[in-house]
Every structure is written in structure tokens, then in C-alpha cells.
Design a protein around this ligand. Structure first.
Ligand SMILES: [Zn+2]
Length: 254
């Protein structure tokens, strides 16, 4: 790997991550994602370029707004750092390859979904449609139409399986066990990762999500936790492991 390219991709990840955060917060409320421009939630002062440099602005301003000196939530720099890190890891796994473009598109979608589902329990259709189409387009151009058809078939299988899981869940818990967004999201997982790995990301996501959900449930009273963020974490782990299904089966058999 090339350090300069790695650093460049990390920085791109922090900048895009900062933007994706805005999209994830505003889109479910049907607000414009460009206006009003970024401003301090406390004094409403419009933020200048210098205030908007991911991570660094927070560090140099010692975590305070430059205009009203109100503390800025630590969530922002941590979130930007994690987005940069995920982008960098994609580069480390896939190198400068067409695969990298596809994986960055995929994780971009997951980042927005995590923000929006975690805060509003909504996975916006627009995001699934835009990023799902982009991934399909990239697959068609990079891997050819046969792979794309395979991907669409995998997506449909994952979608149907999740739908079935929801029906079973609804029956067992006697209430809505997951939202329609989670089911549609599985289509994109199947398209991008293939059917078996899409199902494995549900498993990993549930495993990661269970302790976190229990923690959240003790704090919130509504007994509902979003599933999208955990599915997304599962998918990122599966993506970064970059193993195909046959290798996995061989590993399990030994
Ligand atoms: Zn302020």
C-alpha cells in the first residue's frame, strides 16, 4: 500500500463522513441536505470552511464553537474518524482497484443508513435506491452483465429470506419484528456480497447488536431498537473480511 494514497483516502472518508452525517440527520425529516448550510446548533452562526475541517477543527478549537464557545459534541470528530478508518480499511483490503470503488459506494450507503436508522428508525428509500442503482451500475461496468444478473438474483434471494424471517419473527413476538427498510436493505446486501454472505452479515450483525440493544433497552422505555445499524456493521465486517463463500465452507470443514 502507498501511504500517501492511504492518507488521501482516509481524508476523503472523513470529509464524506461529515457530509453523510448531515444527510442521515436531515433526509428522514425531509429537509434539504444543502440548505441551511452547516451552522452551530447553539448560536446558529454559519460555519466557515475553517470550522468544517473534519477532526482537526474540533481539535484546534478545543471542542468548542469558535463564536459562542459552547461545547461541540464529541460524537462529530469520532464519527468522522471512524468513517475515514472504514474508507482506509477498504483501501487496505481491495487496493486501488475497481472493487475499491464498489466497496466505498457500499460503505457510504451503510454510513448514512446507520445515522438515519439509529436516530429516527428510518432507512430512507431514496438512499437504498440511489446507492443500490450505483452499485448495480458499477457491477455491470466492472464485472459484466452476467455478474450483474447473478447479483440481482442474490439480492432477490436475500430480500425474500429476510421477508420470511420477518414473518416468522412477527409470529413469534406477536408484533412487528422488523421494519420494511431492513428487508429492502437486504436486497442491496445480496447484490453486493452475494446471498450466503448477506445472510452471514445478519448473523454477525445480531451478534454485535445484542449486547448493545440490551444496553439501549435499559435506557429507553419504548422497547424498540433499530436493526439497520447492526446489519450495517455486520455487512462492513463481512465486506472487509473479503472471503468468498467457498473459502468459508472449506475453513469450516477443517
Ligand atoms: Zn456557536
Amino acid at each position: 500500500m502507498n501511504c500517501f494514497i492511504g492518507l488521501f483516502i482516509f481524508v476523503i472518508g472523513t470529509v464524506l463522513g461529515s457530509f453523510y452525517n448531515v444527510v442521515g440527520w436531515r433526509l428522514p425529516r425531509e429537509e434539504s441536505i444543502v440548505s441551511p448550510p452547516s451552522h452551530c446548533p447553539n448560536c446558529n452562526h454559519k460555519l466557515k470552511i475553517l470550522d468544517l475541517i473534519p477532526i482537526l477543527s474540533y481539535v484546534f478549537q478545543k471542542g468548542k464553537c469558535r463564536y459562542c464557545h459552547q461545547k461541540i459534541a464529541w460524537y462529530y470528530p469520532i464519527f468522522e474518524f471512524l468513517c475515514g478508518l472504514v474508507f482506509l480499511l477498504c483501501y487496505l483490503v481491495f487496493g486501488l482497484s475497481p472493487e475499491l470503488l464498489k466497496s466505498l459506494t457500499f460503505v457510504s450507503m451503510l454510513i448514512i443508513i446507520m445515522v438515519s436508522d439509529f436516530n429516527y428508525m428510518i432507512i430512507p428509500d431514496e438512499i437504498l435506491l440511489i446507492f443500490g442503482s450505483l452499485i448495480a451500475l458499477e457491477m455491470g461496468l466492472i464485472d459484466g452483465y452476467k455478474e450483474l444478473l447473478m447479483g440481482l438474483l442474490n439480492g432477490s434471494l436475500a430480500f425474500l429470506s429476510m421477508y420470511l424471517l420477518k414473518k416468522i419473527g412477527d409470529f413469534i413476538f406477536k408484533k412487528e419484528s422488523m421494519g420494511g427498510g431492513d428487508i429492502k436493505l437486504m436486497f442491496v446486501f445480496g447484490l453486493m456480497l452475494g446471498f450466503p454472505l448477506a445472510m452471514i452479515s445478519i448473523f454477525i450483525g445480531s451478534f454485535v447488536g445484542l449486547p448493545l440493544s440490551l444496553l439501549l433497552l435499559t435506557k429507553k422505555n419504548d422497547h424498540v431498537v433499530p436493526f439497520g445499524p447492526y446489519l450495517s456493521i455486520g455487512a462492513i465486517i463481512v465486506l472487509l473480511m473479503n472471503i468468498d463463500f467457498n473459502t468459508l465452507i472449506n475453513l469450516l470443514n477443517h
